[in-house]
Design a binder for this molecule. Structure first.
Ligand code: PLP
Length: 458
């Protein structure tokens, strides 16, 4: 008998209380936070869908591993476990442990980047782009065209446009392209998956032109699930083997372990080339730590090694993807426009469509973020003109292409009833949408303004 109800494939051993609040209290909290939920305290939040990064719940096995952590400065047992696990998964001989993904990015991209260099990606994640641009190089996004239509059923909207890749390499000259970076799943592109076919084509092009092919593999397990489900040749192939095959196509991999390694902090850089690894190891020692711990404690390395096993367990992965889809499909069935099909780690709501009476200058995405918090105590993030908007010479807003709100799902943290609650809050969002007014920015920093800006209601 196949039952319809998806249950969490775990029992709960430790609980963390959620502080409940009333709408009236939240109205006050929101005012105090200047209508920017990044400035809320976590205890003022009922369901925190701000990010899936570093917010996973660890398993009893991982906690046991934490106690086993060997904190020796050099040659710790925990390093051996970590190195063996990452080596087995990526197939790459040189592993550099870092405190999180962006540290691995800084080490690799500051070495191979610099003025006059180009990096090409399906979509650079914001820290990836920042590290590349900081080195003086240029970062170019070439997402596949199929990704632009966010209602079609096309299964791999995270793909890179390979025809465009060939074109750009010809245009810049292969010697000037420092690396091609494939982000799986495509985080900034809606958490959409990338097909193995796409990775194979990119790998072939990179080999032909002798360009470094880097996998930004934060969500490689989630991506493998989609390949298993939607790419015919991979039906029945174990998830981990799918991931291993994708790594085999690349020359390097960067991972933020805060995602699919099911831990709260950590990362690594994996490399095939010995000479590149020697150069990067210099930087690792100077800026992170000695080669056998980098930016990590022994206990962190234990937890990552275990998490990288657990994340490929079929029951976990299925639950993970299906529960994200469940949230997306239910919201969609209420007539709310989302990016479709639903990606692996988050649901993206189109706020411009929801508040179609509101001009983009009034930040409909931020307005929805505030409404979700006010009505339901749900914390989310705007991915629209607050995050990406700029100003022209006359101080007029140049809006982002889309006004989205991301509901990111922490791994193994919330149960079905939490998610059902979020779905119910959308009924009220729908019922009251015509009366919602936008916001005005009253204070903003120069960079990454979504983190610290202040707003007021119009
Ligand atoms: C989170 C993330 C990073 C950066 O990793 P941190 O651990 O946050 O430094 C890089 N790329 C992608 C795709 C990410 O999602």
């Amino acid at each position: 008998m196949q039952f319809k109800t998806i249950i969490e494939p775990f029992r709960i051993k430790t609980v963390e209380p959620i502080t409940m609040s009333t709408e009236q209290e939240r109205e006050q909290f929101l005012t105090n936070a200047h209508y920017n939920p990044f400035l809320l305290k976590s205890e003022q939040v009922i369901i925190d869908l701000l990010t899936d990064s570093g917010t996973s719940a660890m398993s009893s096995n991982q906690w046991a591993g934490m106690m086993r952590g060997d904190e020796s400065y050099a040659g710790a047992r925990s390093w051996d476990r970590f190195e063996k696990e990452v080596h087995d998964l990526t197939g790459m001989p040189h592993i550099l442990p870092t405190h999180q993904g962006r540290a691995a990015e800084r080490i690799l991209y500051s070495h191979i980047g610099g003025k006059g260099k180009y990096f090409i990606s399906n979509t650079h994640f914001d820290t990836t782009r920042a590290n590349i641009e900081y080195s003086g190089a240029t970062a170019i996004d070439i997402p596949a065209l199929e990704g632009k239509d966010y209602n079609s059923d096309f299964p791999f909207k995270g793909n890179m446009d390979v025809a465009k890749l060939e074109e750009l390499i010809k245009q810049y000259g292969e010697r000037h392209v420092a690396a091609v970076i494939l982000t799986v799943t495509n985080n900034s592109g809606g958490g959409q998956p990338v097909s193995m076919q796409n990775a194979k084509e990119i790998s072939k092009i990179c080999k032909k032109h002798d360009i470094l092919f880097v996998l930004d593999c934060c969500r490689i397990a989630e991506n493998s699930y989609f390949i298993h489900e939607k790419e015919k040749e991979y039906k029945g192939v174990p998830f981990r083997e799918i991931a291993q095959e994708m790594f085999s196509l690349a020359d390097a991999a960067i991972m933020s372990a805060k995602k699919d390694a099911l831990v709260n902090m950590g990362g690594f850089l994996a490399l095939r080339s010995k000479s590149l690894s020697e150069a990067c190891t210099q930087m690792l020692i100077i800026t992170e730590g000695f080669t056998t711990y980098g930016g990590l404690s022994g206990r962190d390395m234990e937890a990552i090694a275990i998490g990288l096993q657990e994340v490929f367990e079929p029951d976990y992965l299925k639950y993970r993807i299906i529960s994200t889809q469940y949230l997306g499909e239910k919201i969609r069935s209420k007539g709310v426009q989302i990016i479709y099909p639903v990606g692996g780690h988050a649901v993206y709501v189109d706020a411009k469509k929801l508040y179609d009476h509101m001009p983009v200058e009034h930040y409909p995405g931020q307005a929805l973020v505030c409404e979700l918090y006010r009505i339901g105590g749900i914390r989310t993030v705007e991915i629209g003109s607050v995050m990406f908007g700029t100003y022209d010479g006359h101080g007029e807003l140049i809006a982002a292409p889309m006004e989205l709100v991301r509901l990111a799902i922490p791994r193994r943290v919330y149960t079905q009833s939490h998610i059902d609650y979020v779905i119910e809050v959308f009924d009220e969002i729908n019922r009251t949408k015509k009366n919602v007014k936008g916001l005005r920015i009253t204070k903003e920093p120069k960079f990454l303004r979504h983190f610290t800006s202040h707003f007021e209601r119009l």
